[in-house]
Design a protein around this ligand. Structure first.
Ligand SMILES: NC(=O)c1ccc[n+]([C@@H]2O[C@H](COP(=O)([O-])OP(=O)(O)OC[C@H]3O[C@@H](n4cnc5c(N)ncnc54)[C@H](O)[C@@H]3O)[C@@H](O)[C@H]2O)c1
Length: 251
């Protein structure tokens, strides 16, 4: 029997990168997966790859009404949710002096407000269900990036919001764990686009690799295995923790 049989999962930003790999890994482990994204066409392709145990839904994580309709769909189909992967996020480059307040606020909206709204609305479907909320933060939720002040602030907030939710759920006997996951630099479309935008892509890639003592950048699947671990009973004694998967970046 697969370790996530009978579980219902929702992945945000599931059409590409870490989200797509996580959705596929959760499906392989036996869960039914709602693959959600603003890119519905690509989310549908991921759902098709997973097979009958998956459904693609449109979800812009910045839009509360979108979240409400997704949860209403899940309630209709299953009446419960066991795994919420708050993965959609990113952007937020710029120094404290070089970033507009609007850009900062947009970064907080995408990376933090979205998790606040989504988790708040998910709890009624997760209570008492031995459930798991997994928030994809970053190494920059633990270590500062001077070139990305908004991103560092946002991912740091995700780290601490996770702990607050974990403590609240535990104190109230809700049977919901909540952990954050902290990837190092991973070869995803978002990261590759950033490397492409650098003056010397090869030099920028080497500079990034050199910050990972393990000697290479991660693949989305390296993070997806952590998502499955946090979703399953293998991590049943973990809540409010930081799962760091970074090739030694934070050492
Ligand atoms: N790639 C890395 O090196 C890295 C490192 C640390 C943390 N992370 C974090 O991992 C998560 C996934 O990153 P990735 O590199 O796989 O990104 P990606 O750009 O490769 O994929 C992100 C997906 O999110 C979707 N998306 C974007 N805005 C959305 C919105 N408002 N609502 C719903 N979906 C939306 C995109 O359509 C895309 O399918 C992000 O939270 C990112 O900050 C990435």
């Amino acid at each position: 029997m697969s370790k996530l049989n009978g579980k219902v999962a929702l992945v945000t930003g599931g059409a590409d990168g870490i989200g797509a790999a996580s959705a596929k890994a959760l499906g392989e482990a036996g869960a039914f997966v709602f693959v959600t994204d603003i890119n519905t066409e690509k989310a549908q392709q991921v759902a098709d790859d997973i097979g009958v145990n998956a459904k693609a839904l449109t979800l812009n994580v910045c839009e509360e009404e979108n979240w409400k309709s997704v949860f209403s769909e899940i309630e209709k189909q299953f009446g419960e949710l066991h795994i919420l992967v708050n993965n959609a996020g990113g952007s937020g480059a710029g120094t404290i002096e070089g970033t507009s307040f609007d850009a900062y606020r947009n970064c907080m909206k995408l990376n933090v407000d979205s998790i606040f709204i989504g988790t708040q609305l998910a709890l009624p479907l997760m209570k008492g269900k031995n459930a798991s909320v997994i928030n994809v933060s970053s190494i920059h939720g633990l270590r500062a990036a001077p070139h990305a002040a908004p991103y560092t602030a946002a991912k740091g907030a995700v780290t601490m919001l996770t702990k607050s939710v974990a403590r609240y759920c535990a104190d109230n006997g809700l049977k919901i764990r909540c952990n954050s996951l902290h990837p190092g630099y991973i070869n995803t479309p978002q990261m590759l686009a950033w490397l492409d935008s650098q003056e010397d892509t090869e030099a920028a890639t080497q500079a990034l690799v050199s910050q990972h003592p393990i000697g290479f950048l991660g693949e989305p699947e390296d993070i997806a295995s952590g998502v499955v671990f946090l979703a399953s009973d293998d991590s049943r004694f973990m809540t409010g923790s930081e799962l760091v998967m970074d090739g030694g970046f934070c050492l």
